[in-house]
Design a protein around this ligand. Sequence first.
Ligand code: 6CS
Length: 349
Amino acid sequence: MIRFTVKILPLLLSALLLGGCAQQRQGPEQWRFAIEEARGSVQDAYAQRFKELIEERTQGAVEVKVYPYGTVGTSDQISELLYSGTLQFAMSSPGHLGKMIPEVQVLLLHYLFPADQEVTQAVLASDKLKSAFDKLYAEKGFKLLSIYSEGWQVWTTNHPINEPSDFEGVKFRVMTSPLLLAAYEAYGASSTPLPFGEVYSALQLKMIDGQVNPVFAIQEMSFYEVCQYLIFADQARFLTTAVANREFYEKLSPERRALVDEVLAQLQTEIFDIQKKYNQDRLAKIKKARPDVEIVRLTKEQRMAFKEASIPVRKVYLELAGHRGQKILDLVKELVAEHSRPEPGDGES
Ligand code: 6CS
């Protein structure tokens, strides 16, 4: 379990890493990849597989060092280190990155992507979406590598939540993007932004009443120890982005860049199965460790009430992301329609 505040570490690490660069290194070229999650997480599985494939296919000429959450700071600090080039690769979740790139918060909107995981997968992997996002990432010195899902975002609370009004007065932790504050305020909650590493103690000290994360994270961060309910409302999946420092990526030789792209394409499919398995296995672990925790799956009617309450938040998104946000939102809707399977009977005479 991880309980820490990360304030000084990134500065120290940055100095150490940069110090290391200044010296003449012998041996393989080093690529540094920071993730926003602990060892054993979905992001770790992605980064470890990236490491394995790159090292194998460069026959050891490149070594990928993976830095789990806590070793280089919070998500915001990871973004800074990626921007400065201290890191070459990182995971950058819209739930935090949205402060810097408001348009990316489209990936946080509730009930925008369909429940069908394969449709969502196809939309996230589409070149159209990736190139629209990459233009925005380029303005910040980032290269977007991949957009993928880590599974359903699940609410952990100490009170049952069956309808939006149950959120009234609930101090609910969200990631730090402004859209997420609005998303839960729309249900009546008192949204509280906090870095990931501070959530467990905030729950334990009752500074917050609940939080939202995928099941694997609820298990590995031990949030299940300090809650009574796990609530599946299918409002959103945890969508994240793998990112590189743009200058680093553009300066790669054509062969190396092709290799990185090939590995990313392979991972886009692999991570889909990995997250599914991790979320299933970790739910079983939670049930075993805390058989008294109630697992609630909202009914269709209940989800529809949340969906209805979430719609005004799209206006907030447009206020935050402007006309470029509108274009991205339209593109997502278009891609969802394009990839959705027709309902039985649709289009048949
Ligand atoms: O809730 C958060 O802040 C974090 N949750 C996950 C599953 N990954 C990274 C993110 O920072």
